[in-house]
Design a protein around this ligand. Structure first.
Ligand code: G3P
Length: 217
């Protein structure tokens, strides 16, 4: 499973990237707002640091304007994936932009039917939002499983980018189902290393080591 980091926080991306954990980055207008940075500036900085795809989202809602914004965003760096919402106009923009050779991430996907349309429109990535479905008592993981089945049934190459990930369990369950990528906030990726038995075991080892009176260096 590939890991994308869902943030526009450059320092957080750098820390994970130095560990080799970052296969790509996803941003959206809310994350740009949170960063307090200029979209072009911060996106370019991220693109220079990360080899993999960096999603930057359009904000126009009609296809011609979305396409224009997508072309502009794609000029920032060769590893930009233009992010478009899963609307009818978004699908038109997806088709046009992928036709021009750009990577396109179709976002705000909440149903298998939407995901099927995105694949037909040539999307590079489909972003089903797990957490936001769970928020309204629907099953985000069921959606990931449905999309996996449908894409495998027909051999669609669109990669499933599990998004709106809020917990470690979201990552591991999406991995078990076979999502190609998980995009998660840095805090969630770091939490994956934590286990109470690891902490407990380490504390015992350190106490016992102290009693030996030895030193390694
Ligand atoms: O990847 C999409 C993500 O940024 C949305 O997450 O937690 O706002 O639903 P969330």
């Amino acid at each position: 499973m590939k890991f994308f980091v869902d943030t526009a926080d450059v320092a957080a991306i750098r820390e994970l990237n130095d560990l080799g954990m970052v296969d790509g980055v996803t941003t959206n207008p809310s994350l740009i707002l949170k960063s307090g940075r200029d979209i072009r500036e911060v996106t370019q900085e991220i693109c220079e640091m990360i080899e993999g795809p960096v999603s930057a989202e359009v904000v126009a809602t009609e296809a011609p304007a979305m396409i224009e914004e997508g072309r502009k965003l794609a000029q920032i760096a060769p590893n930009i994936a233009v992010k478009v919402p899963l609307t009818w106009d978004g699908l038109k923009a997806c088709k046009a932009l992928t036709g021009e050779g750009h990577m396109v991430n179709v976002t705000l996907c909440f149903s298998a039917a939407q995901a099927l349309l995105a694949a037909k429109a040539g999307a590079t990535f489909i972003s089903p939002f797990i957490g936001r479905l769970d928020d309204i008592n629907l099953d985000g993981m069921e959606l990931i499983a449905d999309i996996r089945t449908i894409y495998d049934n027909y051999g669609f190459g669109t990669e499933i980018l599990a998004a709106s990930i809020r917990s470690v369990n979201h990552v591991t369950t999406a991995a078990k189902i076979g999502a190609d990528i998980a995009t998660a906030p840095p805090e969630v990726l770091k939490k994956m290393a934590a286990h109470p038995l690891t902490d407990k075991g380490l504390a015992t080892f350190l106490q016992d080591w102290e009693k030996t009176g030895q030193k390694i260096v």
